[in-house]
Design a protein around this ligand. Structure first.
Ligand SMILES: O=C(O)CCC(=O)C(=O)O
Ligand SMILES: [Fe+2]
Length: 375
């Protein structure tokens, strides 16, 4: 059997004191070395510090966050709710863990049976090739969220405080994450608009022949729907199949709209839905559509994009976006139906995956092969 010991490098900490020079597998090619990088002395503008306690309501602070995420992709946050003492504790616990003898740390190894790599645990990053240049670090990876997905066998027992401190720290980062996401959403709402639509569906002698509401996705950020308490009829499509949406009296149904789908770069979907009618009963509903002002540029949030996650939607002005939507409605082609949509929906999208039959969105989906055209 081939010698595969290169897959299990010695922890860097062990090397650090032992040799004058890093072993060759850590040494970068000349042009990649830190000394060869072009590093600017000054930033054109500093990465701003955003006061988290002022979000989401303080408009100036929210704008600072947005602009930081657009220009740098980084933002510093103060007043974030994690006490300085807890920050110290978690760093001390980490240091104490790494300062233990190797045998202690290896109880939490990221290698299964001493060979097979898994992300969680103590050790190096995965070594995939024998000639791979390795990083000069050791790591301890621990899944913290969701809490019921934690593998406590990999959580160090020493220092004793480790688990509690990490738990506290991770919980607080979650609150920060929520705060930032809320603030981002809020910045989208700065030029908000909302429209209430009262729907009335009279009984229809042949309900199987008509649409109560044609298949469509809603255009805005999110919709809050108060549906008829007694008469159902709303259907939602998933993976090409329609499902009845049950009505729960006195609950509200919330769905995301196309603008949100674009802004979050497709991480959340704007569902296609329709309404069928009843032969005997009338049905009513009230939809409140929360959207954006017409001057808004609709595009994926910059903070969500990087090399691995390129924009899957083109930037489009809200005015154009909604004009296109209106045209579709008028032509009866806001439909999720493949026949109604024509080619735009079936183009291969930048993000890959199966074609989507979501109409208005399709106009702004990125298509590498063709210029952006509306149908
Ligand atoms: O009436 C319903 O239940 C849904 C209405 C709807 O989808 C809409 O107004 O956009
Ligand atoms: Fe709708």
């Amino acid at each position: 059997m081939a010698d595969e010991s290169w897959r299990v490098p010695t922890p860097v900490q062990e090397l650090a004191g032992a040799a004058e020079e890093p072993p060759s597998r850590y040494v970068l090619r000349e042009q990649d070395r830190p000394g060869s990088l072009l590093v600017a002395d000054d930033m054109p503008e500093p990465i701003p510090v955003v006061d988290l306690s002022r979000l989401p309501d303080d408009a100036a602070e929210a704008a600072k966050l947005r602009s930081a995420l657009q220009s740098w992709g980084f933002v510093l946050v103060s007043n974030h709710g994690i006490e300085a003492s807890l920050m110290d504790e978690v760093m001390d616990a980490s240091r104490e863990f790494f300062h233990q003898p190797l045998e202690e740390k290896q109880k939490y190894s990221n290698l299964i049976d001493g060979k097979r790599f898994q992300i969680e645990g103590y050790g190096n990053d995965r070594v995939a090739r024998e000639d791979q240049i390795l990083n000069w670090n050791d790591r301890l990876h621990l899944k913290v969220e969701p809490e019921d997905g934690r593998n406590y066998a990999k959580w160090p027992k020493h220092p004793e405080s480790f688990r509690e401190v990490l738990h506290d720290y991770a919980s607080k980062t979650k609150i920060i994450r929520d705060g930032i996401l809320r603030a981002m959403a809020n910045s989208m709402r700065t030029t908000s608009s909302a429209i209430a639509r009262f729907n009335y569906y009279p009984p229809c002698p042949k309900p199987e022949l008509v649409n109560g509401g044609q298949p469509h996705s809603d255009g805005g950020v999110l919709t809050i729907l108060l549906a008829d308490r007694e008469v159902g009829g709303l259907l939602v499509q998933r993976d090409g199949i329609w499902y009845n949406v049950p009505s729960h009296p006195y609950t509200l149904l919330i769905n995301l709209g196309d603008v949100m789908e674009v802004m979050c770069n497709g991480a959340f979907k704007s569902p296609v839905h329709r309404v069928v009618t009843s032969a005997e009963k009338e049905r009513i509903s009230l939809a409140v559509f929360h959207g954006v002002g017409l001057e808004t540029a609709i595009e994926p949030a910059a903070g969500l994009l990087d090399e691995k996650r390129p924009a899957r939607y083109r930037k489009i002005g809200a005015l154009d976006f909604f004009a296109g939507l209106q045209e579709h409605i008028a032509r009866g082609t806001t439909s999720s139906s493949p026949t109604a949509l024509g080619t735009a929906a079936r183009r291969p999208f930048g993000g890959g995956g199966p074609p989507t039959f979501r109409s208005p969105i399709c106009q702004v989906k990125v298509d590498e092969t063709k210029p952006l055209v509306s149908q």
